[in-house]
Design a protein around this ligand. Structure first.
Ligand code: FAD
Length: 474
């Protein structure tokens, strides 16, 4: 291996070319800084979650342009108070400005529904396909616009350039080592931004923090987030948030081998209106917390591929048609398994679930629902986020499930300027992080989802602006 030394001084070096890295670099260049993005992907349209995203810019299912107080309240509620107050404020105060900035960079938006959380959808809008479709669509076009602007402002994006570690001198981060083919080289600069997109595709880290059986999770993403940023930040003393929660959705188990069944349809609404059971016919968690939470609970089971959603005809005709790409009827159309039976015992036999166990679970659940005593169930069932429905009207349905992981919500601890923090709360001079590689805003015990694109965009901007302000306190 050769080791040519390329000691070029940059103001900002961004590790990763998703929305976090490219927003930061384009904004830094706009502010007159010398910025570079180092991206591991080699293709012109290298894969990253940002490029394939659905393009809905929302903050905890709110329009990013609503008043800051509304946004702050939504994040606090969805994370059940877990979110770091400083990060909540930073997001609330800057979300509107961030979407307008992205628009001014040339990204196009469409307002999709009267429901506020789809007021800012990157255009051209993704068609309602169940499979991964992204080329030329809004998220992809937005990234292309940012790269073009970065280059026109004198910056650069280097593909096929994997950052392997940080260069630390006198307790400050002063650059990175990169690998390009067989060569290693270094890039030096005033600041480095980690924007590598999380650790969802790292089986060891998943096993340590998220699931006893990572191979049994469906990678509902493009597998570029392997935890490099987390590793590098830890090596220089960064604090890390709890790493257990991830953003993901309940999918048909057939998605494990059938690409027409991911990233959609999500079976979240079926699971949340009815129940999710294990092979003993027992519920595994509080379905009322919604699909992202249930997916997290599924991942923690000894065998995440042994779980089924159970619901009835009323739920299938109602909640089954509720989503933008509803499971009724896309699930069956695209080869997903759906069992249907006149009795719960017959359904249990098809699902490979203990019949007596399932009958008892459904009986207890229906009785608790009728009596208003869902909180007394074990596990308890809440009713505020997702309305519980009886499982009572034949035919009964069962869908074999898998847990789809999109990105990890825990990660490197940052402050409101996106500066990386040490355990004692001080900052690591010269080191920033943004997007899915960061923790503290999303996740927690409620697995509260804030919005991957807005997190990447907003904290990318904040990092660039802080570097531009010239403040480098440690
Ligand atoms: C199917 C799908 C749909 C989604 N839809 C939405 C949506 O509608 N709304 C929403 O808010 N969110 C959505 N998301 C989530 C959202 O896409 C992500 O949270 C967000 O794009 C993360 O941006 P990022 O810049 O942090 O990371 P990424 O987009 O993952 O970019 C990280 C980049 O870093 C590179 N990289 C990794 N390691 C290194 C290294 N060592 N050196 C150099 N480069 C490296 C990777 O190759 C990658 O290009 C969706 C995700 C998926 C998969």
């Amino acid at each position: 291996m050769s080791t040519p030394s390329s000691t070029v001084a940059f103001d900002l070096i961004c590790v990763g070319g998703g929305y976090a890295g490219l927003s930061a670099a384009a904004r830094a260049a706009q502010l007159g800084l010398k910025a570079v993005v180092l991206e591991r992907g080699a293709d012109e349209l290298y894969a990253c979650n940002s490029r394939v995203a659905g393009g809905v810019l929302h903050v905890s299912y709110n329009d990013p342009a609503v008043p800051p107080d509304t946004i702050a309240q939504a994040i606090t509620e969805i994370t059940a108070g877990y979110a770091d107050a400083a990060l909540v404020k930073a997001m609330a105060d800057n979300a509107s400005r961030a979407v307008h900035w992205l628009q001014s960079e040339g990204a196009h938006f469409e307002r999709l529904t009267t429901a506020g959380w789809r007021n800012w959808v990157l255009a051209p809008v993704r068609p309602p396909a169940t499979h991964l479709e992204w080329q030329g669509l809004g998220s992809d076009q937005g990234l292309r616009a940012l790269e073009k602007n970065l280059c026109e402002r004198g910056g650069a994006l280097h593909r096929n350039t994997q950052v392997i570690d940080l260069i630390e001198e006198n307790n400050s981060c002063v650059g990175v080592h990169v690998q390009r083919g067989d060569s290693t080289m270094e890039f030096r600069g005033r600041a480095v931004l980690l924007a590598d997109g999380g650790f969802q595709a790292n089986a060891d880290l998943l096993k340590q923090h998220i699931s006893p059986a990572p191979q049994a999770l469906k990678q509902r993403n493009v597998r570029t987030g392997v935890g490099d940023g987390l590793r590098m930040a830890r090596a220089v003393g960064a604090a890390v948030s709890p790493l257990e929660a991830f953003y993901g959705h309940v999918l048909s188990r057939d998605a494990m081998h059938n690409d027409r069944l991911w990233p959609y349809p999500q079976l979240d609404e079926l699971a949340a209106a009815g129940m999710v059971v294990n092979p003993l016919g027992q519920r595994i968690g509080d379905e009322g917390m919604g699909g992202v939470y249930i997916t997290n609970i599924m991942a923690r089971q000894p065998d995440p591929l042994a779980l089924s959603a159970v619901f009835d005809e009323v739920i299938w005709q109602g909640a089954g048609r509720a989503a933008g790409i509803p499971p009724n009827a896309t699930l069956i159309e695209h080869g997903g398994t759906l069992f249907k039976a006149a009795t719960l015992a017959a359904l249990a036999a098809q699902l490979g679930v203990d019949a007596a166990g399932l009958e008892a679970t459904v009986r207890d659940y229906n009785a608790a629902l009728a009596a208003g005593k869902l909180a007394a169930l074990k596990p308890a069932r809440s009713a505020t986020r997702r309305k519980p429905m009886p499982v009572a009207t034949a035919p009964f349905y069962g869908a074999p499930l898998c847990a789809g992981i999109t990105y990890t919500m825990g990660g490197v601890r940052i402050n409101a300027n996106a500066q990386v923090l040490r355990e004692n709360g001080s900052t690591i001079a010269g080191l920033y992080a943004a997007g899915a590689s960061t923790g503290g805003l999303e996740g927690g015990p409620a697995a509260g989802y804030v919005g991957g694109l807005m997190k990447a965009l907003t904290f990318g901007l904040l990092a660039a602006e802080h570097v531009a302000s010239g403040v480098q306190k440690s």
